[in-house]
Design a protein around this ligand. Structure first.
Ligand code: HAM
Length: 405
């Protein structure tokens, strides 16, 4: 397996482990859905639906048009409604992980098949539920040792969005001759996209901002989001031009950006979608969520790390047959304590085992010989610092955890 694929799997594993603490449950969603689902959810005027979906006609009688999923949110909402949860038990927290497909011109960090790890929370309208999502991503950021910035904005709701949309439309019409080809074509259908146009930057900067049009309830929600982000110590910046490329967002929208992955800096993105469940035929249940781009976060990890903080943390090295018995037990204790641990073979030489420990990127080797066992201790070798010290067996997990992963 290539080094990048391996890092991606390890990042996914860390996300799974960290996010499970937030009591989210895994959901498996299909790779294929009817194309209408994305047209209705992601939006007719989004780039994803207009240009990026891989779709084909099925050979069934109706020649149903199917699409390879370009994102996970619509599929999760469809499954949620189909299971009747919107009415029977609306408050749900899901995560999913897997490949998504978009017709793109491939470049670094932008692929036609890429991997997302997403979280969707239903039945919560409060600002704290938006903030918790950003806290989750921040937990992962800390775990991976990355420098990331969260950019946030509020896009308003069904009450205040029309006035903002009208103001943007008027602005766009007044500058029609100056608009780029894309903005020109979609101005009447989706004037919001003018704000994140990479070509009309100067025009976008001077355009009306959603934050100036928020109704009282949306203004309060956004204020609370910012206050809670401050008190949670999540570094963020207000970006009044952030609109997101998908159409379902209401109120909070955010993007987590890395400066380490080149032009495709958005490593995760999400926001609130209070009208989506109803739009897709369900009850009026609010929702909020995000998806991490696993490929991009992997690039960020590769660009920033000097060592292998994600690889196996510990290798347990028994010396002699009687040590194996105890080493099995120690390895199990370490795993129970949350550490990635590989038990090595007592039939190999110490030197070979240490080479293996190095190869799997272990930070520590725990060497257990008969002599040590009699004294109730093990040798803890820090492979990064090339230091070794004796540790009582009952303090191993705490010591290894405390010495940093
Ligand atoms: P999105 O912004 O389209 O949102 O994608 C989320 C993340 O997926 C991006 O920040 C990026 O890291 C990654 N990504 C997107 N396209 C590509 C690509 N072609 N190659 C590599 N990585 C890519 C969504 O998909 C929403 N469903 C997120 C969401 C969930 N909102 C609410 N809930």
């Amino acid at each position: 397996m290539g080094a990048r694929a391996k890092t991606l799997m390890l990042v996914e594993e860390r996300a799974r482990e960290i996010f499970k603490r937030y009591s989210v449950n895994e959901i498996r969603i299909p790779l294929l859905e009817r194309i209408e689902l994305y047209a209705r959810a992601t939006g007719e005027t989004s780039d994803v639906v207009e240009k990026q979906m891989y779709s084909f006609s099925d050979r069934d009688e109706a020649e149903t048009t199917l699409a390879l999923r370009p994102e996970g949110t619509p599929g999760v909402v469809r499954a949620y409604i189909e299971a009747g949860l919107d009415r029977s038990d609306p408050e749900q927290r899901f995560f999913y992980s897997g490949p998504m497909f978009r017709r793109e011109r491939p470049q670094k960090g932008r692929y036609r098949q890429f991997y997302q790890f997403g979280v969707e929370v239903f039945g919560r309208a409060d600002p704290a539920s938006d903030v918790e999502l950003m806290v989750m991503i921040d937990d992962l950021r800390r775990d991976l040792g990355l420098k990331l910035t969260t950019e946030i904005n509020s896009l308003g709701c069904a009450d205040c969005r029309p006035a903002f949309r009208a103001a943007l439309l008027a602005y766009g019409r007044a500058h029609l001759a100056e608009l780029c080809e894309d903005c020109h074509a979609r101005l009447e259908r989706n004037p919001l996209r003018l704000l994140d146009c990479k070509i009309d930057v100067r025009l976008a900067e001077a355009a009306p901002k959603s934050s100036d049009y928020l109704c009282e309830a949306c203004r309060k929600h956004f204020e609370q989001v910012r206050r809670l982000l401050d008190s949670s110590n999540v570094p963020y910046a207000f970006n009044p031009r952030l609109v997101r490329g998908l159409d379902y967002y209401t109120r909070t929208a955010f993007e987590v950006v890395s400066t380490d992955v080149g032009a495709q800096g958005s490593v995760a993105a999400g926001g609130r979608y209070d009208a989506l469940v109803e739009t897709l035929g369900g009850a009026a249940v609010p929702g909020t969520g995000f998806a991490i781009g696993l490929d991009r976060i992997t690039l960020a990890v590769e660009a920033t790390r000097e060592e292998t903080p994600l690889a196996a943390t510990a290798a347990v090295v028994p010396i002699g047959d009687t040590a194996t018995e105890r080493a099995l037990w120690i390895a199990r204790e370490l795993r129970t304590g949350g550490l990635r641990t590989e038990l090595l073979s007592a039939e190999r030489k110490l030197k070979t085992n240490l080479q293996r420990a190095d190869k799997i990127g272990a930070r520590f080797a725990i060497i257990v010989g008969e002599n040590e066992l009699q004294r109730g201790v093990a040798q803890l070798r820090d492979l990064k610092k090339s230091e070794q010290r004796e540790i009582p067996l009952d303090r191993l997990v705490t010591e290894v955890n405390g010495s940093g992963r």
